[in-house]
Design a protein around this ligand. Structure first.
Ligand code: GSH
Length: 203
C-alpha cells in the first residue's frame, strides 16, 4: 500500500500513528507529496487534492484520514481502534470528530496566516477559527476520563491535534489553563508511535 504523505500533515500523522499502533506500518510505502503546488498530481489519486491518500495494491485509492484509518483497522485481528459497536464506538468517533474539527480550524488558520497574501489577511476569521480550537480544548479538559479509556482512534486524533498546535502555534499556550489535558498529552506523547512521528520543520 502506498501512502501519499507529507511529514508535517497532522492527518497523515494520525494515519501513521494508527498504523504503528496496530502493527501495520511496515506494510506502507511512502510517496512524499506537496498537495499545494499547482503541478501536483495528487488529483489523480484524490479528486479533492488532499493528503493523505492511500493507494491499495489493487490500484483502488482511499482518501480522507478517517476512512484510511478505519480501513487499516479492518486489516488486523487485534483490539480495534474503531470499537465495532456500542457506547465505546460512539465515544471514540465523537472524540475523533472533535479532534479533526480542531485540526480543520488549525489548517484554516495556517492558510490565513501563511498562504493568503498578507494584504488579504482576515483577522476575524482567524480569531473565529481559534475560538473553535479553544472550545475544543476546553471540552477535552472538562472530560479527562474520556481520554483514559482503552486506546481508540479518538485518542490518537486528539494527540495528533495537540501535537499540531505545539508544532504550528507554539504561542497558543493551551496547557496553561488545561492541566488535565496537558498531563494526559505529555504521557501519551511518549508512546513509540508518537515519538516516531514527531513533525519536523522542512529543511
Ligand atoms: N479531511 C481531510 C483533511 C486532509 C487535509 O486537509 N490535508 C491537507 C494537508 S495537512 C491538504 O492536503 N491540503 C490541501 C488542500 O486542502 O487542497 C482528511 O482527514 O484527510
Amino acid at each position: 500500500m502506498l501512502l501519499r504523505y507529507s511529514p508535517t500533515s497532522p492527518y497523515v500523522r494520525k494515519v501513521t500513528v494508527a498504523a504503528e499502533e496496530i502493527g501495520l506500518a511496515d506494510h506502507l510505502t511512502w510517496q512524499h507529496t506537496n498537495p499545494w503546488v499547482p503541478e501536483s498530481d495528487i488529483g489523480t489519486h484524490n479528486p479533492l487534492g488532499k493528503i493523505p491518500a492511500l493507494v491499495l495494491d489493487s490500484g483502488e485509492t482511499l482518501y480522507e484520514s478517517d476512512l484510511i484509518c478505519e480501513y487499516l483497522d479492518s486489516l488486523h485481528a487485534g483490539e480495534k481502534l474503531f470499537p465495532p459497536e456500542g457506547e465505546r464506538r460512539w465515544r471514540a468517533l465523537k472524540l475523533h470528530a472533535l479532534a479533526d474539527g480542531m485540526l480543520d480550524s488549525a489548517v484554516h488558520r495556517i492558510v490565513e496566516n501563511n498562504k493568503r497574501p498578507a494584504e488579504l489577511y482576515w483577522a476575524d476569521w482567524d480569531a473565529y477559527q481559534q475560538r473553535k480550537i479553544d472550545r475544543g480544548l476546553d471540552a477535552l479538559e472538562a472530560d479527562p476520563d474520556r481520554l483514559e479509556e482503552r486506546l481508540t482512534i479518538g485518542q490518537i486524533a486528539v494527540a495528533c491535534a495537540l501535537g499540531f498546535l505545539d508544532f504550528r502555534f507554539p504561542s497558543v499556550a493551551w496547557r496553561e489553563t488545561r492541566p488535565h489535558l496537558a498531563a494526559w498529552y505529555d504521557a501519551f506523547a511518549k508512546r513509540p508511535s508518537m515519538q516516531k512521528t514527531v513533525p519536523q520543520q522542512p529543511s
